[in-house]
Structures are given as C-alpha cells and as structure tokens.
Design a protein around this ligand. Structure first.
Ligand SMILES: Cc1cc2nc3c(=O)[nH]c(=O)nc-3n(C[C@H](O)[C@H](O)[C@H](O)COP(=O)(O)OP(=O)(O)OC[C@H]3O[C@@H](n4cnc5c(N)ncnc54)[C@H](O)[C@@H]3O)c2cc1C
Length: 385
C-alpha cells in the first residue's frame, strides 16, 4: 500500500513564506477584523492557491495531499488559511461537473488569482445543517435564473468574484427525494452586487470575513448552471470530502503550533524554583494532545490515500476532520493552560489561535453530524434524524 507523498519541499517553502507574516501582522488584522490581503496575495503569487487546478488551465495539477501539506504548514506557522483555503478547493465542483466552455472561461483566471472563487453559498439561517430544506429559489425566466432568498455564513463573500450557490430550482413535491431539485449556479458577484445581491458582514469571535447574503430577484445567466439542473446536492456533496480532509490537515497544523508553543514555554517558565514542565500535571495534557494530533494525522493520511486512489472516502474524511478538530482544540486548551495568565494575552497569539481553531468543531460540519454519519453509514444503526 503506497503511502501518500508528504511534500517536504513544499512544506519548507510555505514555512518560509509564512515567516514573513508573523504574529503582529495577524494581531493587527484581528483587531480590525480585516482581510489578510497581502498574505493571500503572496500565496497566490507563489502558486499555492492553484495547486489543485489542472496544468491545462494554468495550475500545478497536484494531488490533494499537496494542498493538505500547504494548509497544514500555514496553520503550523501561526497563520490562518481560513482566509483563502476555499480558493483551492471550491473550483473542484466546476472542474468535475462544469462544461468545457465553463472550465475554459473560469479556471485560468482562478488559477492565476485574477478571479477569486472562494464564496460557497449553501448554509441558510432557517435550514441550518438540513441542507435539503434550503429555501433559496432559482426560477428559470428566459435565459436567466431569478434567485430569491438568503444565505448565511457565506465566508469571504466580500473577497470573492464568484460564488458557488446552491438553490432550489424545482419546488419540493410529493414523492420527490428531498435532495432532488437543487442546482448549483456560479454567480458573478461583481455584476450581482447592487443588482439583486446584498452582502452584510457578520462579526464573529474570530476574524473570518463571514457574511450573510441576500438575493432579491438576482438575475443569473442560465449558462452559469453547473452540470444538470436538479442534481446540485450531489455535486456539492462530491466536493465535501476534499474540504473535510483539507480542513483536517489545517487542524493538525494548528495542533502542532499549540503543542510546540506549550512545550517550549513549559521548559522555559520557572515557578517554585523549577520548570513548570517538570510537573506531570503540566506535561500530560501536552503529551496527550501530541498523541491525539499524531493519531489524527494518520487518519488524514488514510483519507488522502483513499481519495487519491479514486475512492469516495466519506467515513475517513469525516473521521479525519473530527479527530483533527478535537486534537487541535485539546492542544489549544492545553496551550492556554500551560501559559497561565499569559495564555490570555493578545501578544502571545494563543488566544487568537484558540478562537480560530474552535470553529472547526462546528464548520464546515459539526461533530454531532459526523458521529451520526459514522453511526448510520459505517455501523449500520438507524438514522437518528
Ligand atoms: C465562521 C463560519 C464560517 C462558515 N462558512 C460557511 C461558508 O462559507 N459557506 C456555508 O455554506 N456555510 C458556512 N458555515 C456554516 C456551517 O457549515 C454551519 O454553521 C454548520 O454546518 C452548522 O450549521 P448551523 O450553524 O445551521 O447549525 P444547526 O444545523 O442549527 O445545528 C446547531 C447545533 O445542533 C446540532 N444538531 C443539529 N441537528 C442535529 C441532529 N440531528 N443530531 C445531533 N445534533 C444536531 C449541530 O451539531 C449543532 O451543534 C460557516 C459557519 C461559521 C460559523
């Protein structure tokens, strides 16, 4: 069984790039809730955000494990890939299900960074995790769809040129599967803003540029329908495994950052005449977080291996995401505890990273839903909802 490539050269180069964006850069943005434009620009110029775009469209055409290596190292360096990770993988839906004309039109710009496709409009305020109940509609009117409804938590919408939107094109009716009748549209936000689409930022506990987006009879050209009408739910699902695996890799990177910070401080900080790290009460949570992080890392690799072998590793992608998010949050907690009062001081960056990594217990899928997936699809227990 071939192991996945770990891309030591890419990791090293990403680490060097990230070193140009140290703690003070992120602290300043965090205070102002501002977007890390320079950081995203540097990643774009170095070609990291187009790593998954095939070479024929101007990307590097590398496998998912290369993207995982990039994102893990970004987090490991104390930076925040959440600002742009979706630019790497959202185009996957277009790549897999779009027409040749759509790919020729959009992918080269996405690859060179002149077009940002990093807004993903799925979640709605009333339906939440129950995606098939979403209420945003897209009604065909001549050669346009007319979109009406609202999305919430559409991250990076203000920093995106395009949005991948999931909307209902066929009303739900008796006997129809809940997941049928949903379609994916590529919305050109540059044209849409002020012409039927309004974006409102939502302030959150971490700097994540998330928003709510309102559609009031927005007209989207019918040619922007991705794949077949009514099959959008399946297209979105097909991209979710990649997203979960990549976010799991980010959580492993976060965990490594917290563990390194915590163990270094535990060795340096002296209280009662000895290093605090000499106390097992301080050592053990860090050691446990390390073991959890390594276990999660193995699951990420297994998910990557299966994904790259052409399988659809729903169980492994979900488990990798859950284990890695748990490991990063346990590491974050141990890191705060190890630093005592200093864990709460902005200048240590720990409280910022703590807030940032907490997100991954909830998004892009919450832990409960992963456990439900395992219970139902792996262990064959009855569906609970
Ligand atoms: C900062 C941020 C960024 C995000 N970015 C995006 C984005 O770019 N695009 C996008 O489309 N979405 C995005 N999301 C949305 C995210 O995917 C959802 O928040 C997440 O899927 C949970 O949905 P919800 O918030 O509606 O919670 P709900 O579905 O209302 O669930 C609330 C709680 O109840 C639990 N729960 C619900 N049903 C069950 C059940 N049957 N069994 C057990 N527990 C249950 C959930 O696990 C959760 O803990 C983002 C969210 C945040 C906070």
């Amino acid at each position: 069984m071939a192991a996945v490539e770990t891309y030591a050269d890419i990791r090293d180069a990403v680490g060097k790039l990230c070193a140009q964006f140290p703690g003070p850069y992120w602290r300043d943005l965090d205070r102002r809730m501002a977007y890390p434009t320079d950081f995203v620009q540097a990643l774009t110029q170095a070609g990291y955000l187009s790593i998954l775009v095939p070479e024929e469209y101007g990307g590097s055409g590398l496998p998912l494990s290369a993207a995982a290596a990039v994102l893990e190292e970004i987090q490991h360096a104390g930076c925040n890939g959440g600002a742009c990770h979706a630019q790497m993988y959202t185009m996957g839906t277009l790549l897999r299900h779009g027409s040749d004309a759509q790919k020729q039109r959009w992918l080269p710009g996405i690859a060179d960074g002149s077009l940002r496709l990093q807004a993903f409009g799925v979640t709605e305020p009333t339906s939440g995790t129950d995606t098939s109940s979403l209420k945003t509609t897209a009604r065909l009117d001549g050669d346009h769809y007319v979109v009406k409804g609202q999305k919430i938590w559409t991250s990076r919408a203000e920093h995106s040129d395009l949005m991948l939107l999931l909307a209902r094109t066929t009303p739900r009716s008796e006997g129809m599967k809940r997941t049928e009748g949903l379609s994916v549209l590529l919305v050109d936000m540059r044209e849409a803003r002020g012409n039927g689409m309004t974006i409102r930022p939502i302030r959150t506990m971490m700097n994540h540029s998330t928003t709510e987006v309102f559609f009031d009879d927005l007209r989207v050209p019918a040619e922007n329908l991705v794949g077949e009408e009514g099959k959008g739910f399946r297209y979105i699902l097909s991209g979710m495994n990649a997203e979960r695996i990549l976010i799991a890799a980010e959580c492993v990177g976060d965990a490594r950052w917290f563990i390194e910070k915590a163990s270094a401080y535990a060795k340096d900080r002296h209280v009662f005449g000895r290093a605090i790290g000499q106390n097992q009460g301080v050592q053990f949570p860090i050691a446990k977080a390390y073991a959890d992080m390594r276990a999660a890392e193995l699951m990420v690799r297994e998910a990557l291996r299966l994904y790259e072998a052409g399988e659809n590793p729903g169980a492994e992608a979900n488990m990798a995401k859950m284990l890695a998010a748990d490991a990063s949050f346990a590491a974050a907690n141990a890191c705060v505890q190890t630093h005592g009062g200093f864990g709460f001081a902005e200048e240590y960056d720990i409280e910022r990273k703590f807030r940032e990594t907490r997100l991954y217990q909830v998004a892009p899928i919450s832990t409960n839903m992963i456990l439900s997936y395992i219970a139902e699809h792996v262990l064959g227990m009855p569906r609970s909802y």
